[in-house]
Design a protein around this ligand. Sequence first.
Ligand SMILES: [Zn+2]
Length: 128
Amino acid sequence: MKYKDGVVFWGKVSYNGTFHLVELKEEMQYAAREMDQISREETNNEIIIVSAIEGKHSPTSKHPEGLAIDVRSWIYRDAEKQVLLRRWNMKLNPDWDYDTRKGKKNYDIILENPGEKNEHFHIEYDPR
Ligand SMILES: [Zn+2]
């Protein structure tokens, strides 16, 4: 597992007009470990975390709560991205069916802005 320079896993984050002491939650640390393992098996690449608790995100973002990470996607070929989305979902959402999108879901695992310059994987813990 690698990290882009500047990625923050623990510290004070400003949101909703005040500072909060935040750390990347165990649920996300677990997800990152499992995703890294699968990425190395499928592509020989370690995952590269490009954002954790820091950075500019949408107002409803889970990043400032320590419940989301972004992972670099351009290091993978398109077919690899699809394989990773499937395998990461199967591992982290064992009670959710990737094809029918039915069942209980723990994590949202999304390729954001596919094909664009700011494309990345966004993974957040949001059980429902
Ligand atoms: Zn994100």
